[in-house]
Structure formats: structure tokens, C-alpha cells
Design a binder for this molecule. Structure first.
Ligand SMILES: *Cc1c(COP(=O)(O)O)cnc(C)c1O
Ligand code: SF4
Length: 336
């Protein structure tokens, strides 16, 4: 540690990932300028008119194809006029998560889900949390006393799901405080971290962070969130290799999105790219019907046909479960 002692002019050293997180693209014209696209050609609108800010890390923009109005990464982050069209059945809180506002814990049997922060590195236009009031807030839980007390008090909790927002937007110091507290809870056997950072800012998976997670002494799973093979470049593969070398089990969850990954070719390529990176495709979620995202919706019958086609051409372990979340159910509903 002494080698890293900061000098007087370096009193607040900033890791590369923190720089990336602070320097995201927030403006539609900037984004389109980087890609050589005209707003009218892609139905782009000011993010303010949609009620959900634009937010894209530059290393994610770098993986978009220049001049391609149909780029599958651009489609996930670009505010479009279609978002402002009200659609029956698409609502602001599709999962009825009214209690998530103050970061309370959700429960499935044996698991507890902790909303650690409302902040994300990227704003995904299809996100069911796009209308949550906490979206631009930082950490929700002070020094984690309430969260740790809740986990400690419930002896049925074997696995803690550290979620958000995106938990890896938190500093190592804040995460470390949480992890240290969790390490002292004997009945907690496993940790799981749900995050999109390994895809959008892969430098977030530092050796220091991986060491802190391992210091809990628990098996841990990293559930990443990649929707398209084009998201998985050499920097992402290298970050995932570091996590694997540190002992993490790697899973992916994706959302089935019209115009992004709703073809057999796109899904097969995604699953193969994940397999090559040592990641098991876990869930493929049907879109939650959130207001502003109706243009991403796919037909359920088409999704089932897609799954049959995937099963015919991929190894079994590379085929995700097609799932949907139904409010109030004790688990996700697996359709295929
Ligand atoms: C998805 C989810 C989980 C985790 O479910 P698994 O099927 O174990 O991945 C836990 N709690 C909540 C509230 C969830 O939405
Ligand atoms: S990173 Fe996850 S929680 Fe954040 S906006 Fe994207 S889908 Fe939503």
C-alpha cells in the first residue's frame, strides 16, 4: 500500500474508471457528432423532453459503428421521439416497486436484493427504472447500518444480491464498508453482484476491487448485462478474465429488444461471444412494459420461436432462460 501513498499534488488520485464515470456523454448532439449522424435521420430528441437523461460512457460509444443509424448499441442509449408516444399497458412503475424508493430490500426465498444506489454509468432507454425519482442520486444507505441489520436478522437469507441502479458505480470505500459488514454475518453464504459496469466501463474491475470482494471469503457471482455481441470487445474480455481469475462465477442477463437483438443471428452471436469470454447466459428477459420503451417490445410468440431456434444451434449451457417478471410472483416466470 505504501507504494501508492499520494504526493501533495496528487492528494485525490482518481482511477481510470472514475474518470470515465465522471466524463460520460450527456448530450444528444455530442453523441451524434461523435458518430457522424444527423438527429433527424435517427429520430433523436433532446433527452429532457423524455424525462430520462442521456448518459453514455465514451468507451461504449467507441464500440458503436460510425455513421450507422441502426447501430445496436446506439439504439440502447439514444433518446428517440418514439419514447414520447404513450402506449396502452406501458406504465411508469411496471413492477410495482413502490417500496424501492428508499432502497429497501426485496425478497425471493433464500435471497435478498439490496438496492445500493440509484446511479448508473449508462442510461438504458428500455430500463424499467427510468421513471424512478432516485435515478440521479448517489448512494442511498449511509454506512449500510439498516441493510446489514436486515441481512443479519433474517437467518433464511443465504445469498445477498447487491443491485441498484448499478452497485459498481459506488467507490471501493463504500462497497468495502458493505462487504466488510457482510463478511461478519455467518448465515450469509454467497454474494451476487448485478452490474453493467464490466460491459460499459470494464476498467471498473480493478484488482483492488476484486481483492475486496474475495476478502469476504464467500463464493461470489458476477451477473453482467450485455445485450449484443458488439458490446463485448477485447477490453471487456480482459476485465472478465480478471474477474474469473479472481474466482467469480460469471453470468449474463440480457433484455430482448426489438431492433437490437431480436433475431436468431444476434442472440446466437451474443451467446457465443459470452461463452468465449467465460460467461454463462443466464436470463433473457422479456421487456418490462415501462412507459417510453414500447418501441423495444417484442412479440411473445416470436420470442418462443427464437428460443427454439437457439436451442437447435447452441450448446445447452449457452442457451439462456427466457423469463419475465410478474409483480408479486415469488420468482421470475420462466417461459422457455
Ligand atoms: C431477479 C430477482 C432476484 C433474483 O432471482 P434469481 O432467479 O435468483 O436470479 C431476486 N430478487 C428480486 C426482487 C428479483 O427481481
Ligand atoms: S444499467 Fe441497469 S439499472 Fe441502470 S439504466 Fe441500464 S438497465 Fe437500468
Amino acid at each position: 500500500m505504501s507504494a501508492a501513498t499520494p504526493s501533495a499534488c496528487d492528494a485525490h488520485p482518481v482511477d481510470a474508471w472514475q474518470h470515465s464515470l465522471a466524463n460520460v456523454v450527456r448530450n444528444v448532439d455530442t453523441l451524434l457528432g461523435m458518430l457522424g449522424l444527423e438527429a433527424a435521420a435517427v429520430d433523436a430528441v433532446a433527452a429532457a423532453s423524455t424525462g430520462f437523461a442521456l448518459r453514455v460512457p465514451r468507451e461504449y460509444v467507441a464500440r458503436m459503428r460510425h455513421g450507422d443509424p441502426h447501430d445496436p448499441l446506439l439504439a440502447q442509449v439514444l433518446p428517440r421521439g418514439a419514447e414520447r408516444v404513450a402506449t396502452a399497458g406501458f406504465v411508469t412503475d411496471p413492477l410495482a416497486e413502490t417500496d424501492a424508493e428508499d432502497g429497501v430490500l426485496h425478497k425471493y426465498h433464500g435471497r435478498m436484493l439490496l438496492v445500493t444506489t440509484g446511479a448508473c454509468a449508462v442510461h438504458c432507454r428500455y430500463c424499467f427504472r427510468r421513471h424512478f425519482p432516485y435515478a440521479e442520486q448517489q448512494a442511498l444507505r449511509g454506512e449500510w447500518h439498516a441493510a446489514l441489520a436486515a441481512v443479519a436478522a433474517d437467518h433464511d437469507v443465504r445469498e445477498l444480491i447487491i443491485s441498484g441502479g448499478d452497485p459498481l458505480t459506488l467507490s471501493d470505500r463504500r462497497l468495502g464498508t458493505l462487504l466488510d459488514g457482510l463478511a461478519g454475518i455467518d448465515h450469509l453464504r454467497r454474494l451476487r453482484i448485478h452490474t453493467r459496469l464490466p460491459v460499459v466501463i470494464p476498467s471498473r474491475l480493478t484488482d483492488a476491487l476484486l481483492a475486496r470482494i474475495n476478502a469476504t471469503g464467500r463464493p461470489w457471482t458476477l451477473v453482467i448485462h450485455a445485450n449484443h455481441a458488439q458490446e463485448i470487445d477485447a477490453s471487456v474480455r480482459a476485465a472478465l478474465a480478471r474477474a474469473r481469475a479472481a474466482g467469480a462465477v460469471l453470468l449474463n442477463q440480457a433484455v430482448l429488444l426489438r431492433g437490437v437483438n431480436d433475431t436468431v443471428a444476434a442472440q446466437a452471436a451474443l451467446c457465443e461471444a459470452l461463452g468465449d469470454a467465460g460467461v454463462v447466459p443466464y436470463y433473457l428477459h422479456l421487456l418490462d412494459p415501462v412507459a417510453g420503451a414500447a418501441h423495444f417490445a417484442t412479440d411473445e410468440a416470436d420470442a418462443l420461436a427464437l428460443m427454439r431456434a437457439l436451442r437447435a444451434r447452441l450448446p445447452g449451457w449457452l442457451v439462456p432462460r427466457l423469463a419475465r417478471e410478474i409483480p408479486g410472483e415469488p420468482a421470475k416466470t420462466v417461459l422457455a
